[in-house]
Write a protein that binds this ligand. Structure first.
Ligand SMILES: C=CC1=C(C)c2cc3[nH]c(cc4nc(cc5[nH]c(cc1n2)c(C)c5CCC(=O)O)C(CCC(=O)O)=C4C)c(C)c3C=C
Ligand code: FE2
Length: 482
């Protein structure tokens, strides 16, 4: 039996076969290693992958992202399962070695669905999925323009005499930040990863939601190339009629997602994008695919500690801080980051002690604490000498992970005798890319079911909000950008 499976799907299972146990009856089963078990669906006696897909009516992407595990033990309990496979749906919690295996299978899915998308979606105006984020300088030379755009943004940093003060502050800050980008390899990798994530997501979407295919990912950065205005020109040129504004910040803040939506609104209402029907995905910080992808990276970092001391390791979640003035006007970011952390810890079965701390404060005003650097020193003082640092509020590497966490904080902690490993950023995680596709597919289904173009939550302004654009923007998107 093992040989026949190995011939059909070469190399997929060999390394986990010995650890898998399956039992139960009917079409459900439990699979896992020792006590670490998950519920799965069982498809007995199906060995050919194409046949498998047809029989269960499963989209190509799901077939490949599922982990198919040959049944070979427990033949006394379930003789009819021997020679079959079990299908574990995407985002099911998996014991660690199996979750790694699934990642590699998802990579194959991306490659396969590319050709599917091309065959089925030729010649139609694309459904645009606009990936909103702040962006970063791709080269050191772009640092000044990035900072100038950032300090000009009154939604992020309201300054007196903004048009004059912003260029001045940007100029003064440029040498320091240029050096940081030089130290992390000569620029921010955010554009590279956003394009990769967007392209992978669009390919999967063509299959998950063929009604709106072809899907095309566009990147609209707030402070770096490609800026929203350039993306608007491109979308108009491509004849886009349907757009989804998809924030790439998992958790909502008025200073991040809110700022990007305000910018989209300003340019959308003057027709820069052409005539587009808009809808918005404004937050997804507890989506099971996002949580699964983060959890897998934590498990990989935890595995670097000796097994006998692993459970003592502190999981230190770190997110970009917010000024207390923003928190105190009712911004939902702190709550939503906390919800992400709670969901990840739930997924990990609360295997370790944890804290959520805050980094990257800028300027002299009061910011949300405790600060990440101080927390690491505090843990060292308390004798906690093993830490996994986890970036939880950003989806790819950037100056905060590669410079602040890796070069500053982790180094300092090691000087205090703490062993630190950072959980990798999501970057090219296939599980994460699949999650992005899943989020958009669910959104498209909801739109088709008449649930409206925005979430209910987007409609509520912060109780302390005095920014008129926020109100107009929310009303405009609620009408589908009309
Ligand atoms: C969820 C992420 C972020 C939130 C929330 C956020 C709020 C926020 N940021 C500033 C000021 C600055 N941020 C800067 C850089 C920067 N900010 C984020 C993310 C969030 N910011 C990232 C990922 C980056 C780095 C980009 C990269 O490519 O690496 C900077 C510029 C760098 C510096 O000068 O130190 C400033 C300034 C404020 C005021 C704010 C909340 C109101
Ligand atoms: Fe920031």
């Amino acid at each position: 039996m093992l040989n026949s499976i190995d011939k059909l799907w070469p190399g997929w299972f060999c390394d986990i076969l010995d650890t898998v146990v399956v039992w139960n009856d009917g079409s459900r089963a439990r699979v896992g290693v020792d006590d670490d078990l998950v519920d799965v669906e069982v498809h007995p006696s199906v060995l050919d992958p194409m046949d498998y897909r047809e029989r269960v009516g499963m989209p190509m992407a799901d077939r490949d992202t599922a982990v198919a595990v040959p049944v070979r033990t427990c033949s006394t309990v379930l003789p009819h399962l021997e020679g079959g496979v079990v299908f574990i749906p995407p985002f099911t919690r998996l014991p660690f070695p199996m979750s790694l295996l699934r990642s590699s299978i998802v990579s194959r899915a991306l490659a396969r669905s590319r050709s599917y998308a091309m065959t089925h979606a030729a010649g139609k105006s694309p459904t645009a999925v606009v990936m909103l984020n702040m962006g970063g300088p791709s080269t050191v030379e772009e640092t000044h323009d990035f900072l100038k755009n950032l300090f000009m943004d009154g939604d992020l940093i309201p300054l007196p005499f903004q048009r004059f003060l912003a260029p001045y502050i940007a100029r003064r800050r440029t040498p320091k930040i240029e050096q940081q980008y030089a130290d992390i390899g000569g620029g921010s990798p955010i554009l590279h990863y956003t394009q990769l994530q967007g392209d992978g997501m669009a390919q999967l979407l063509d299959e998950l939601h063929p009604e709106t295919a072809p899907h095309k990912a566009y990147v609209a950065f707030r402070y770096a190339r490609p800026l929203t205005e350039a993306t608007a020109r491109q979308m108009k040129e491509d004849g886009v009629k349907r757009g989804i504004a998809f924030t790439q910040y998992p958790q909502y803040s008025c200073s991040t997602t809110g700022s990007s939506l305000n910018e989209l609104f300003r340019r959308g209402k003057t027709g820069e994008f052409g005539a587009i029907e808009w809808s918005v995905i404004d937050r997804w910080g507890t989506h099971p695919g996002f949580i699964e992808a983060v959890a897998q990276n934590i498990e990989a970092a935890l595995a670097k500690f000796p097994a006998e001391k692993r459970s003592e390791t502190v999981l230190l979640f770190s997110a970009h801080s917010l000024p207390m003035s923003v928190v105190n006007r009712g911004d939902p970011y702190i709550l939503e980051v906390s919800a992400s952390v709670a969901a990840v810890m739930q997924r990990l079965g609360h295997s370790n002690p944890y804290r959520l701390v805050w980094q990257s404060q800028v300027g002299p005003s009061a910011w949300m604490g405790m600060q990440t650097g101080e927390a690491l020193k505090g843990l060292a003082r308390l004798g906690k000498k093993q830490v996994v640092l986890i970036p939880i509020a950003f989806t790819s590497d950037h100056i905060e992970t590669l410079y602040e966490l890796d070069l500053e904080y982790a180094k300092e902690a090691r000087e205090h005798g703490v062993e630190v490993h950072r959980a990798a950023s999501l970057n090219d995680s296939p599980v994460f890319i699949r999650a992005l596709a899943d989020i958009v597919a669910a959104h498209l289904h909801e739109c088709a079911a008449g649930k409206g173009p925005t979430s209910i939550q987007l409609g509520l302004r912060c109780p302390g909000c005095t920014n008129a654009t926020c109100g107009q923007q929310k009303a405009w998107f609620t009408r589908g950008g009309r």
